[in-house]
Write a protein that binds this ligand. Structure first.
Ligand code: AMP
Length: 191
């Protein structure tokens, strides 16, 4: 089973690239943000808990998110692998994922694919997305908060995998197709 994770700041284009990669390699696209938005849409208990946290641009607890990921993997059906999008977002989530994959007899995450983008560029993209999609967590104040959370809690995840020789970075300040081709070359090497 192939496990890959897409990594990058909010607005780096993870969602767009994830859809293209999942389609090309027939992977299950596991986006924790999408799962949470679906829970909010269903007004489930988890959705109600999640909406306040997401609207403030904060992160959900590691335990809750890990439980969602495990459930998605265990009900994912017959797929050759998973493309994780928006997870792991903290070092603790990375440790929990490693422990889970080890327990499941899997070889672990093949790679963290890091999309590197300038801060000004991602802010511009997110404000544009806010006006196009009307995402409630794309207002300027929430965007600032999501960045702060990213820099404090999520960036260390990159180091965690770099130390293990599993971090692969691409320049995300380019057209969608060019970024995609760089990701494809990496995946073809490591899978
Ligand atoms: P995303 O669509 O990946 O940007 O996620 C939207 C929001 O969902 C984030 O700003 C967080 O509030 C929450 N979220 C998504 N994934 C995670 C995660 N792995 N850990 C904690 N919170 C998450």
């Amino acid at each position: 089973m192939l496990y890959l994770a897409l990594f990058g700041p909010p607005g780096a284009g993870k969602g767009t690239q994830a859809k293209k990669i999942a389609e090309k390699y027939r992977l299950f696209h596991l986006s924790t943000g999408d799962i949470l938005r679906a829970e909010i849409g269903n007004a489930s208990t988890l959705g109600l808990l999640a909406s306040g946290i997401i609207n403030r641009g904060e992160l959900l607890s590691d335990e809750v998110v890990m439980a969602l990921v495990e459930h998605a993997i265990e009900t994912g059906g017959d797929v050759p692998g998973y493309l994780l999008d928006g997870f792991p977002r903290t070092v603790q989530q990375a440790e929990m994922l490693d422990a889970y994959l080890q327990k499941s007899g899997e070889r672990g995450l093949a790679g963290l694919l890091s999309i590197e983008v300038d801060k000004e560029e991602v802010t511009r993209r997110m404000l544009k997305r806010a006006s196009l999609e009307g995402r409630v967590d794309d207002t300027e104040e929430v965007i600032r908060n999501r960045f702060a959370e990213y820099e404090m809690k999520t960036l260390p995840v990159e180091n965690y995998y770099r130390e293990r020789g599993k971090c692969f970075a691409v320049n995300g300040n380019r057209a969608v197709e060019e970024v995609f081709q760089s990701l494809v070359s990496i995946i073809d090497t490591i899978r």
